[in-house]
Structures are given as structure tokens and as C-alpha cells.
Design a protein around this ligand. Sequence first.
Ligand code: UDP
Ligand code: MG
Length: 234
Amino acid sequence: MSKTISIVVPVFNEEGNIPHLFDVLSKVLSAVKNYDHEIIFVDDGSADRSAEVIKEIIAGDQKVSGGKIKYIEFSRNFGKEMAITAGLNACAGDCAMIIDADLQHPVEMIPAFIAEWQKGFEVVVGIRKKSKSDTWVKVIGSKMFYKIMSRISETDIKPNSTDFRLLDRKVIDAFNQCTERTRITRGLIAWLGFKKSYIEFEAGPRVNGKAGYSTAKLIKLALFSFVSMSLFSL
Ligand code: UDP
Ligand code: MG
């Protein structure tokens, strides 16, 4: 029996991106031979036609080789962290690759992540290179975030690490045992340990729609991280 690679995609108002993402993903995956593939879309309470678009893809002829498409629909918007959590719970793969739906994560790099996994790494983390389009709020905010985190938390999170990452089944199983309700996926996975490898990538611009993470939402996420990943706040 061949091994399965799961792709987990959190989706919030991505109707304009899903068809294109699916096409690119199908192409890239069909070139990854000797594996079965599975795509898991988690619709995080989208207000647009994302859910319909996903269902149309499932109803249509599936182009993913050896592929299965799973679909989870949330009752409301819970945020990306919960969407990823649900996707990892539902995935059946020997490893899972997490990607954004807006094509900011270069799908064509997935084979490079798989190659690291084949070498025996259990977590392959995408490290985001600086981009010219970053707003100063994001640049300074992210610098401050990692500075504070490294000061107050015992868990080392490598700066600019993203959710664009591959997890081995062992890591998925360990992650699925975590019961934190307010969680930051990256932090929890760092805390779990395991053998890590890092791959740098350049985040392209969001193709369609607008980012679901406003500055306010990012600050909230940062605060959650401080509180959940360190005893400092106590
Ligand atoms: N997303 C989600 N729930 C949200 C906000 C975003 O599932 O409440 C998804 C979104 O559809 C995308 C990914 O998470 O696939 C990253 O979101 P976004 O592009 O808004 O964030 P950024 O690129 O600013 O990190
Ligand atoms: Mg984005």
C-alpha cells in the first residue's frame, strides 16, 4: 500500500482562490509519484461562496491522482488555528502539508518539503523571507513578537516560521492529543519537539480577496501566544 500525503487548507472567504489553488495543487501533486493524495478543505465559516465552490470541485471530476477530497464546514468563523486543528484531526495521511488558500504559500515547493520528510525530518517548517510588500506594522510587530516570545517562553519558536509546513504522522498524532482551546498551532508544534528542518520561501501576494487577519486580529493572536506559551503572564 502506498503512503498518503494529506494537504490541509484552512479557508475563510476564498471563493476567488480555490479553483486556481486546486488546479495548481493537482498539477504539483500528480508529479509527486508513488504516493496517494488527499486534500482537506476546512471552511472556517466563510460568508462568500467558498463552501459552494469546494462542493462543486468535489462533485466534478477529481483531478488529484489517487486523490480524495475531504471537506469540513464550520458553523461560524473560529479562526485559522481551529481550522488547521480540525484539518489535522480529519487527515488520514502519513504526513500532512498545511497551506494557505490564497496562494501566498508556493505550492510548487511542496515536493521540497516532502524530500526533507523522506530524509527523516518529522516537522518541516516554512520560513518566510522578508517581502517588500510587508507593512511596517507587520515587520515591527513580528520582530517584537519573536523577541518577547524568546524572552518569556521556554519554547523556542524560530523567527518567521509559518504554518506552511509538513508534519509527520507521529507529530499529527501528538498534536491531536493537545486539548488547548485557544491555541497557536506553530507554538504547540514547537513545544512538542520532534526532528525539525527548515525551508525558506518567499510569500507571494494574496491572489484574490483580502487577508482575514486584520492588525487587531494579529495582536489578539500574539497575546494568546504570550499567555498560552509562557508562565510570565501568571
Ligand atoms: N483563514 C481562516 N480563518 C480566518 C482567517 C484566515 O481559515 O479566520 C485562512 C485563510 O483563508 C488563508 C489562511 O487562513 O487560507 C491565511 O489567512 P490570511 O491570508 O488572511 O492571513 P495572512 O496571509 O495575512 O497570514
Ligand atoms: Mg494570506
